[in-house]
Design a protein around this ligand. Structure first.
Ligand SMILES: NC(=O)c1ccc[n+]([C@@H]2O[C@H](COP(=O)([O-])OP(=O)(O)OC[C@H]3O[C@@H](n4cnc5c(N)ncnc54)[C@H](O)[C@@H]3O)[C@@H](O)[C@H]2O)c1
Length: 327
């Protein structure tokens, strides 16, 4: 069996490849050609859950699952909020094929899906990016958006000075080419200058104000992943063109939609357009320059197994990783 570390994944899967893989994965999911049962959630403690996420994407020969833990208290122990492992299986025998470190892979694919959505929905002249949430996901949000648009300025916003400092360090390590465009702030009103906004926080209430969002902005929202969590102002959700990773999953999990639907201020039928349908040209993307487009993702295991399979194929080609026998 092949074992791939964080660094192996980093070397083997460039962001631009990951962005194209996400388009393929969601095109297949929306077309009903991929299997991705709703994830099992194991509650462990207050603010601590472990999720099991299986998927099969035949077009990518990708069968496997991810185990991911989201432990919010880890931050106080100076540990990452998310830890994960992906297990890839041989699609012709079902046998385990590879174990892949999952924390960076998760951040890579979560950034990459925002990169795909930005590529399909943002204005071509988008130059100013604001990322809210300076955690592991916020880093790859910036890298992904900068890979698809001519971004000249990246402002990352967080309530925590420590997070902002760590963010700068992580950008310097993994994406040094972005460093000279990076500014940090604790004030979310900087979204008033944004052409693209990414929200990647653990917040339970909106992280910016609707009045600051200018016409033509594209928003990627990837943070809130339970019915109680909310990152987006309800007014912004109400006036945006909404695109999601998977309709069924966001209606089950995304508080950004569930809370206003339950209040009666958002019609459920507004959530009907999937990223994969836009990739397949079965649904429109942006239709006017002034429209606010909103992409909401709660994440799907098709992303993990597709990137994992790509990494394993590149590793086999290049001899990267370590072979171990478990039998
Ligand atoms: N959609 C997906 O596929 C997907 C994948 C992975 C993680 N996530 C979710 O994304 C979120 C971020 O993940 P992470 O690994 O980067 O977490 P993290 O804990 O490393 O970072 C979150 C950051 O958000 C900041 N924050 C919280 N509230 C804020 C607010 N109101 N304004 C500004 N900053 C605020 C925190 O200070 C922290 O620095 C989590 O909720 C996680 O579950 C989603």
């Amino acid at each position: 069996m092949l074992v791939l570390t964080r660094n192996d994944v980093r070397q083997l899967v460039p962001m631009t490849d990951a962005i194209e893989l996400m388009k393929l994965a969601f095109r297949e999911l929306s077309a009903g050609r991929a299997e991705s049962p709703l994830r099992s959630v194991v509650p462990v403690a207050e603010g601590a859950v472990t999720l099991l996420m299986p998927a099969y994407v035949p077009a990518a020969n990708a069968l496997g699952f991810k185990v991911v833990s989201v432990f919010e208290g880890n931050r106080d122990k100076d540990l990452p909020t998310i830890s994960a492992m992906v297990c890839l299986l041989d699609e012709s025998t079902g046998a385990p094929m590879a174990i892949i470190s999952g924390a960076y892979l998760t951040a890579l694919r979560t950034g990459a899906v925002s990169g795909s959505a930005t590529d399909l929905l943002a204005r071509d002249d988008a130059r100013n990016l604001v990322v809210i949430g300076a955690g592991a996901q916020g880093v790859t949000q910036a890298a992904a958006v900068a890979a698809v648009r001519p971004i000249e300025k990246i402002t990352v916003v967080d309530l925590s000075e420590d997070s902002l400092e760590r963010y700068r360090g992580q950008i310097a390590e993994d994406w040094p080419e972005l460093l000279d465009r990076l500014e940090t702030s604790s004030d979310a009103s900087v979204v008033a200058q944004a052409d693209v906004i990414c929200t990647a926080t653990t917040s339970r209430k909106p992280v910016f104000s609707d009045r600051d969002v200018k016409p033509g902005t594209h928003i990627n929202a990837i943070g809130a992943f339970t019915p109680e969590m909310q990152e987006l102002p309800e007014e912004t959700v109400a006036r945006a063109t909404i695109v999601v990773d998977q309709v069924e999953a966001v209606l089950e999990e995304a508080g950004d939609f569930i809370i206003p639907i339950n209040k009666g201020t958002l019609e459920r039928r507004r959530i009907e357009r999937e990223l994969g349908q836009i990739v397949a040209e079965e649904a429109p993307g942006r239709t006017t320059v002034d429209e606010i487009t909103l992409f909401k993702s709660v994440g799907n295991a098709v992303q993990d197994v597709t990137v994992a399979r790509w990494a394993v194929e590149r590793a086999i080609d290049t001899g990267a990783g370590q072979q171990v026998s478990i039998d």
